[in-house]
Design a protein around this ligand. Structure first.
Ligand SMILES: *Cc1c(COP(=O)(O)O)cnc(C)c1O
Length: 374
């Protein structure tokens, strides 16, 4: 049996242990510490635009805190892209609010700006209130039609959170995604573009907002010698050990992005000749995805096998692949949530696959994957 090819495995630079050793040598084996501060600086430089970044225990924690900072409360509604991983939507419910799902357009697979506006109008008509926030997602690292979404958001004065957890290093009109909305999200889970073994970050507009995020992430403790609490807080800060891994990863962050883009080039060249397999690539030249996971859609009439048969075939050859995210409006857990649907995400879910794209995927691996699919 050939060696197994994975979607996206964690890949170390070799510099991580140095920062971890430093933490041990100085006994900074706690949440917060010098590695956290330096990692945050690295992330601020990476994101640019004068943003302030808070390192946290998970991307999901960052999403939750963004909603806390926007004042989302019990009974509120939050508009959320339906075609996504559950972590975009779950934190809305942590606050007792209701997700209102919005379907995607077929070009980027992300939130459809026209449907977004329709949803806003209809929610105002039905509830007499505006939704509190918009959760925009960049699936598999593909930017959305950000200008168009922002234009709608601005017109109705609803803040946007960019769930850019999968889009670390993706650009839109030259600018890093995650820096367009009120907040942006980063994830450093084991299979993301870089990892801290588990972790995330919140991109904040200014130092004041970053301080508020840190306040809520450290149990909302008031600055008193005794423990005084006026708000409900969370234990969401990143540990100094994990941040050490993050500092090491930042030394090769751009290499990781470059490698994922290289895998896209190879797939693109190979699938150009294949009838019935369509690689999902940027629909506009001002969108520069990180190609975190390369994705294909399968026309079973032309290939003779549907996406699930192809997935099983790849599995039999020891190649990992995965169906696309199952839209949130079709998830049993969200069956009662309002949804504005146009059929796009359901159609994509019924024919799409994610292919191996990580730092360990070699040119030879891609040749093997392409051969298996053709
Ligand atoms: C991974 C991911 C998250 C959550 O990040 P964690 O660090 O795993 O908590 C949120 N949204 C999307 C779209 C993701 O892919």
């Amino acid at each position: 049996m050939d060696n197994r090819i994975y979607l996206c495995l964690a890949h170390m630079s070799g510099n991580e242990m140095k920062y971890i050793q430093e933490a041990f040598d100085t006994n900074w084996v706690v949440p917060l510490g010098p590695n956290v501060n330096e990692f945050e600086k690295d992330l601020e430089e990476f994101a640019g635009e004068g943003k302030h970044v808070v390192a946290l225990s998970a991307g999901t924690a960052a999403i939750h805190l963004s909603l806390v900072l926007l004042g989302v409360k019990s009974g509120d509604e939050v508009l959320c892209q339906s075609f996504t991983f559950a972590a975009s939507a779950n934190p809305i419910t942590y606050l007792g609010a209701t997700p209102v799902f919005v379907d995607s357009e077929e070009h980027t697979w992300n939130m459809d700006p026209n449907l977004l506006e329709e949803a806003i109008k209809d929610r105002i008509a039905k509830t007499g209130r505006k939704p509190k926030a918009i959760m925009l997602v960049y699936l598999y690292g593909m930017p959305a039609y950000i200008d168009e979404v922002m234009e709608v958001a601005k017109r109705y004065e609803i803040p946007v959170v960019e769930d850019s957890a999968e889009a670390f290093g993706s650009r839109y009109k030259g600018r890093m995604v995650g820096t367009f909305g009120r907040f942006g999200i980063m994830s450093f889970n084991g299979n993301k573009m870089i990892t801290t073994s588990g972790g995330g970050a919140l991109i904040c507009p200014d130092e004041e907002t970053k301080k508020r995020a840190m306040f809520y992430a450290t149990q909302a403790r008031e600055p008193m010698p005794y423990y005084l609490h006026k708000d409900i807080g969370y234990n969401y800060r990143m540990s100094n050990i994990c941040a050490g891994i993050g500092r090491g990863q930042m030394t090769i962050a751009h290499d990781h992005v470059a490698h994922h883009r290289h895998t896209k080039d190879l797939y693109q060249e190979a699938f150009a000749q294949v009838d019935g397999i369509c690689l999902h690539v940027a629909p506009e030249d001002y969108m520069e995805p990180n190609y975190w996971l390369n994705t294909i859609t399968v026309d079973a009439k032309k290939t003779g096998r549907d996406y699930e048969q192809l997935r099983l075939h790849l599995e039999s050859l020891n190649i990992e692949s995965r169906p696309l995210w199952k839209p949130m409006h079709t998830q049993p857990v969200f069956k009662d949530a309002p949804a504005y649907v146009n059929g796009v995400s359901e159609r994509l879910f019924a024919k799409g696959l994610c292919l191996p794209s990580g730092p360990y995927v070699t040119d030879e691996d891609i040749a093997r994957i392409v051969k298996a699919l053709c």
